[in-house]
Design a protein around this ligand. Structure first.
Ligand code: G3I
Length: 305
């Protein structure tokens, strides 16, 4: 294949990117995005603060714009995200207990129902575990509604959109030896054992010099896959430049290709200048839209060379 999406398709996988709605008027951006990628994640527009800015008043225009751009260009959509401690609207930040639990479940139900039939996979719950060595749940207003909030969110999502794949998504879960990775693994194992609906696990995979691509990354992906879920790399970016960056990207793609249930890879933005990282060059295209060494490395690896 001569593009990322074509080369990935030949390997039975997708290749995606995050899209920011306000950039869709930039034709240099949309030209690259349309050519290279076939799975689209809204970078911010389907989050809780965007879709329910006031309680029980839903706002879908920004999310719909991205979904419509994707689908009219023949692409699939990853939904991001239904339940998260961050980017909650003010009204939700101020709720607790049973009022918050029912507001969260109503949000999951309403948003998943609005997009029913249009979403390949939903990040139902995002970033629910702590960093560090505890392996504990992250403290949040959602966690304080009771430890079963995650499974309640997954059950509500399944009821609202039975055909979407339902994923748990997190960062710092790439190294198999980390407590956070093991904690997510135990959650998924428990859900599978008890029949709680879960289909996939997303590995955000934001890498930098403090947190490089771990040597056991493939072990992490294959271990989760062995639980009976698909795995996806959902927000890939790797700080750096030149051959070191290109080699890191190659290792990520090789790990996914080596795991049959690794069904796709998405990068978190198109050009370096589109990245959430204020400074830095973590993506596959430079600010002028030129293909970087990292791009060639990813494409060649997908093409098996
Ligand atoms: O839209 C407003 C604008 O009106 C305002 O003037 C401006 C001033 O700060 O803020 C704009 O909103 C910002 C938004 O990005 C759009 O650019 C928010 O402040 C800013 O917080 C938001 O950052 C996003 C971040 O999530 C928030 O948590 C990033 O774009 C987005 O890339 C990032 O994505 C997350 C994933 O959802 C989850 N995993 C980690 C990943 C990277 O942090």
């Amino acid at each position: 294949g001569s593009t990322l999406q074509a080369a990935a398709s030949e390997r039975g996988r997708y290749f995606g990117t995050a899209i920011a709605g306000f950039r869709l008027s930039d034709s240099a951006y949309t030209t690259i995005a349309n050519r290279e990628f076939n799975m689209i994640t809204a970078e911010n527009e389907m989050k809780i603060d965007a879709t329910e800015p006031n309680r029980n008043q839903f706002s879908y225009a920004a999310g719909d714009q991205i979904v419509n751009w994707a689908r009219s260009n023949g692409k699939q959509v990853r939904g991001h995200t239904l339940a998260w401690h961050s980017q909650q609207p003010g009204w939700m930040q101020n709720l607790s207990g049973s009022a918050l639990r029912s507001a969260m479940l109503n949000h999951v139900t309403q948003v998943a129902t609005h997009y029913r039939g249009q979403i390949h996979s939903w990040d139902v719950v995002n970033e629910a575990f702590q960093d560090g060595s505890s392996g504990a749940r992250r403290d949040s207003n959602l966690q304080r509604t009771g430890n079963d909030w995650i499974e309640a969110a997954f059950r509500a999502a399944r009821a609202a959109d039975p055909n979407a794949k339902l994923c748990y998504n997190d960062y710092n879960t790439d190294d198999w030896t980390h407590a956070k990775t093991q904690a997510v693994y135990n959650l998924v194992r428990d859900f599978k054992a008890r029949g709680v609906p879960i289909d996939c696990v997303g590995f955000q995979s934001h890498f930098n010099s403090q947190s490089p691509v771990p040597s056991n990354y493939q072990t992490t992906l294959s271990s989760f896959a062995a639980l009976g879920v698909d795995v996806q790399i959902t927000e890939l970016d790797i700080e750096g430049s030149g051959t070191a960056q290109a080699d890191s990207y190659r290792r990520v793609v090789q790990a996914c290709l080596a795991v049959s249930r690794c069904t796709g890879i998405s990068v978190w933005g198109v050009r370096d200048s589109d990245s959430w990282r204020a400074s830095g060059t973590p993506l596959l295209f430079d600010g002028s839209g030129n293909k970087k060494l990292a791009y060639t490395s990813v494409l060649d690896t997908l093409n098996g060379s």
